[in-house]
Design a protein around this ligand. Structure first.
Ligand code: 13P
Length: 258
């Protein structure tokens, strides 16, 4: 049985300017000890304008925290005003990039095809995509959460070879649980995360499926993280609001103590 290192990633969304980002990462670095990183990977997904500052801090102080972006252009370079390319993110030594967050799907019209192109752009530049999938409330009420989420997964992974897909991180984020305080039950999270892993086994191989980390995201806090992490197919969390509070984020990283 493969052991998967849990990934606790804070998605700052459109919060923390570059000065606040420095203060926040410094706070995290003071609070987190070497032993916190022994069996957990810690990452922050920062706004583009923060990334250079975060990089300088992480490099200068040799911090173990990883960082990445919240979006990536599907294009390599050229006349795409306002876009940020994968090579620009790679130059800033980002490890991760979120793809297809529900807020991008909802407010920026990102389809599964666009997510697929962005996953490809991430791999082209040596970045690890955190592919976000998950259903809205209507779909959940109709009981179609698994089919809906797996269709998003299939769409985003189209033509992605196993050598790439084996490093992907999938974040299952039910839209109705994001920023609402309405956390999915651990059983809800396990149902869909388990289905995602089985689909990865069908699309690729059991070995690959066993290696891929699947996060849960949606109103994760220090008080509910342990029960969610206890589920066999949940390998980490993608944390929004609670990641903006450094003390709370550290408690989430230390989920085994909660
Ligand atoms: O969208 C999320 C992380 O990407 C979850 O946000 P909240 O933790 O604020 O619900």
């Amino acid at each position: 049985m493969t052991t998967r290192t849990p990934l606790m990633a804070g998605n700052w969304k459109m919060n923390l300017n570059h000065l606040e980002a420095i203060a926040h990462v410094q706070k995290l670095s003071f609070a987190l000890a070497d032993k916190d990183y022994e069996d957990v990977e810690v990452a922050v997904l920062a706004p583009f304008t923060d990334l250079r500052s975060v990089q300088t801090l992480v490099d200068g102080d040799k911090l173990k925290i990883k960082y990445g972006a919240q979006d990536i252009s599907a294009h390599d370079s050229g006349a795409y005003t306002g876009e940020i390319s994968g090579s620009m993110l790679a130059k800033l030594r980002c490890t991760y990039v979120a793809v297809g967050h529900s807020e991008r799907r909802q407010y920026h019209g990102e389809s599964d095809e666009i997510c697929n192109a962005k996953v490809k752009a991430a791999y082209l530049n040596g970045l690890t995509p955190i592919l976000c999938v998950g259903e809205g409330l209507d779909v959940r009420k109709a009981g179609n959460q698994v089919a809906h989420t797996l269709a998003q997964l299939d769409g985003a992974l189209k033509d992605i070879p196993a050598e790439q897909a084996e490093t992907i991180v999938i974040a299952y984020e039910p839209v109705w649980a994001i920023g609402t305080g309405e956390v999915a039950t651990p059983e809800d999270a396990q149902e869909v995360c388990g289905a995602i892993r089985r689909r990865l086994a069908e699309l690729y191989s059991q070995e690959l499926a066993d290696a891929v980390r699947i996060q849960y995201g949606g109103s994760v806090k220090s008080g509910n993280v342990a029960a969610i992490m206890a589920q066999p197919d949940v390998d980490g969390a993608l944390i929004g609001g609670a990641a903006l509070d450094a003390d709370e984020f550290v408690k989430i990283v230390r989920f085994r103590d909660q």
